[in-house]
Design a protein around this ligand. Structure first.
Ligand code: CA
Length: 225
């Protein structure tokens, strides 16, 4: 899952980035409203964390700009305690949630999880494809009830594939969502990681869930689908 953080306070931005990266999200940070709108407008993020007081263009205008372009990426706005009216305006302009600074990082992470879940139309909070189950809250993965241990990157790749089960995911799509924006030699790395996942998820199983779509990329689905 790929998250854009638009925040001009360098300390806050790097604090958020570190926490999100520890949870295996791919994170891009930008410190300016105009650039934020441009990046978010490319519509390749799964979530945007948006500060309201920004140089270039205020956060509220970034948000309005996105919604005008019909970009529905979930937006979590950050407001200062003195800007209660801004919070209301933000929600009216199409924000999905807000946090008042200063906030506990655990709360930010919890809200991020909720918004990502909502964005994928996931109800119970657990992702399931065939007998493969991933719980984003505990980061536990099981197949046929057996626990599977994954590295952080393997987990991020699997979560992205499971949230998009049945869709063909091209290598550039995977690179964008699981690795960072400026990742240039990604093709080979993606194939390597898909193989790691295959070894852990599919090896020795009757039903293979990770499938190669020749000339395009990969898809994760039940063979019966
Ligand atoms: Ca700010």
């Amino acid at each position: 899952m790929r998250i854009l953080v638009v925040e001009d306070e360098a300390k806050v931005a790097s604090f958020i980035r570190r926490a999100l990266e520890e949870e295996s999200y791919a994170v891009d940070v930008c410190a300016d409203g105009v650039q934020g709108l441009e990046l978010a407008g490319a519509d390749s993020y799964d979530l945007i964390v948006l500060d309201l007081m920004l140089p270039g263009l205020p956060g509220l205008d970034v948000l309005k700009g996105l919604r005008t372009q019909k970009i529905k990426t979930p937006v979590l706005i950050l407001t200062a305690r003195s800007q209660v009216d801004q919070k209301v305006k933000g929600l009216d302009a199409g924000a999905d949630d807000y946090l008042t600074k200063p906030f506990a990082i655990e709360e930010l992470l919890a809200r991020v999880r909720v918004l990502l879940r909502r964005g994928s139309g996931e109800a119970a909070g657990v992702l399931q494809v065939d007998d493969l189950v991933l719980n984003p809250a505990t980061r536990e993965v099981t197949r046929a009830g057996q626990r599977i241990e994954l590295t952080a990157k393997e987990y991020a790749l699997l979560e992205y594939m499971m949230r998009n089960a049945g869709r063909v995911l091209t290598r550039p799509m995977i690179a964008e969502h699981v690795w960072n924006l400026d990742f240039d030699t990604f093709t080979n790395v993606i194939d390597v990681y898909v193989n790691y996942l295959r070894n852990k998820i599919d090896r020795g199983r009757e039903r293979k869930l990770i499938q190669t779509v020749r000339g395009s990329g990969y898809t994760l689905k039940s063979e019966s689908e």
